[in-house]
Design a protein around this ligand. Sequence first.
Ligand code: SAH
Length: 406
Amino acid sequence: MASSTTVRKEVEIVKGHRLDYQLYKYLLQYFSEGELERFFESIRKPPSRYYVRVNTLRVSPEELMRSLRERSIDVYPDEYLPEALWFPVKGPNRVPSARKYVLADKRAAESVYVGANLYIPGVVRMDEEVRKGDEVNVIAPNGEVMAFGISEVDSDEIRSTRRGIAVKTLVSVYEMPKVREMREYEQGLFYDQSLPAQWVGRVIDPRPNEVIVDMNAAPGGKTSHIIQLSEGKAVVHAFDRSEGKVRELIEVLSRLGMDGLYRVEVRDTRYLDVDRPDLVNSVDKVLIDPPCTDMGVRPRLFDVKTMDLVISMSNYQRQFIKVAWKLLKPGGVLVYSTCTIPPLENEDNIAYAESLGFEVVNISVPNASGGLISKYRDSVVRFYPHIHDTPGFFIAKLRKPDQRRQ
Ligand code: SAH
């Protein structure tokens, strides 16, 4: 009798990080075993610098740095990107043991790991004995200790309460600055954004009066950078499929003082050419920052990825590229970025864009690598966690050829 259950063979690269066998074999075509290990080992930790982008529409980097330093906050300018500032991340710390524990979900655990408090919605289970004021350890779903802290609630309260702090974190494995609690954050003087993500804005190089479409805009990190680099003078169209995330984008951009400097719509941009025929052939620049397998996101303590997921993401991403071709004017520019590693979602999608008629525009960024496939070694940009101490990232720039030259 044939069995109906399929055995999924998985390989654990480092503690907590598993790939199905197909994806493992696939990645071994590009990375050595040792390099894959170093890659996933670094994914488990945050980068040693926590980056923010200064909102230069409101304040200069020097001024913001001065006011933070006046309050003894450790902050430094990036060596290359003028609007980028960074705070040192501390750790790993030795986390004291407590007798009682609180189990957090994966997302909450990963924030507690870098110093956040544990909020009630992130609690999966609490030791029955826990009373308000008790010392506790916050544990991740894989059993790892994230932090030591003080419970702010009794265990029997937890089911009836929806919001608020469950555990106040005192010692976590890593400590990132709590930038969202700084008054300059509330005042919209900066946005927390990784260094590679900030380079995307620079690669787009937005200019006043350009029509720019951001096809995957929420929560607005790159949209707001585009607005700020064009001094609010570009015609920026932000689209995202998720209504909730679009609400978040509107809030973020409002905090940054950018109300009225862009247009936003909830749209599945795979059909933008049909839904917004007015944009066809009339856009100067398009940004595609699509959903991806997220393999470069840090810190991530545990994860499973499969080849099927990589393949379906790659196909999904190509649908945006096809529409971008239709939206762009001849001579228009496409910037494509992801926070993941497989060439299928990166260089291979650039090859797909070329098959539609796009031409690659060579780019380079300081302290980053070139493409993983020899054809793109000097034309696209990659950041590697284990080499550049950043999230894993990919950036490419393409141009729709000018008709005169066709
Ligand atoms: N560019 C953003 C991050 C984008 S993350 C920033 O810098 O802040 C990817 C986004 O793609 C998600 O917000 C997701 O909602 C959106 N997305 C996924 N499928 C989409 C689709 N078919 N059309 C439009 N947006 C989509």
